[in-house]
Design a protein around this ligand. Sequence first.
Ligand code: SAM
Length: 206
Amino acid sequence: MLDFVQQAMKNVRQTGAVLPSSPALAKVMTRTLCAAKGPKRLLEVGPGTGPFTKAMLDAIRPGDEFHIVEMNPSFCSRLEARLLGPYRRRHPLAEVHLHSCPIQEARLEGVFDFIVCGLPFNNFPPTLVRSIFRQLLSLLGPGGELVYFEYAGVRAMKAPLVGSRGRRDLRQIGTLAKALRRRHLGKRELVLGNIPPAFAVRLRRD
Ligand SMILES: C[S@@+](CC[C@H](N)C(=O)[O-])C[C@H]1O[C@@H](n2cnc3c(N)ncnc32)[C@H](O)[C@@H]1O
């Protein structure tokens, strides 16, 4: 947890949280993929110290593929040392790949059945939010699921702390999020057992 706090202080906008997500939020974020039968391709974007990564590693079976994209090299080293390295030693044939770069630059081939995204969208400019969602939705296979989270009331809480341009950006991100939920059978689930409480948002590629 200390590593996360240090990185959060160094890279405020990019990290977008002061604490890693809780096991309760990790359970909700990974529930559908954990219940899925048959071979699957998984993608996680913005794993940080890996609260969702752990559950995803537990869910993969021989023949599955798991790609992870994280732009902060410190988080990448920590993930490799504490989660991915030990996992690969126990499962030498596992297809688990860490891409140490921003998602916008990741070279990912094919489509995914499940995408779990931890990016702090409300810290990004709306144009970036729009292009990342476009990219992630294009990486979803038919019937695939993209799940991301945001803190409950995050835009209302941030609005008084930013200038008029920041408020306009937050409004645009809110409008985009609503449009995506309408277009992609979106479902929101409130998770109180997280600091702060968060909504897990599921979008589907129909
Ligand atoms: C809010 S933290 C979430 C960390 C973790 N998933 C959790 O829930 O505790 C956001 C993470 O996204 C990463 N990140 C931010 N922008 C990114 C980008 N464009 N591409 C890949 N990772 C990014 C940050 O470095 C950080 O690890």
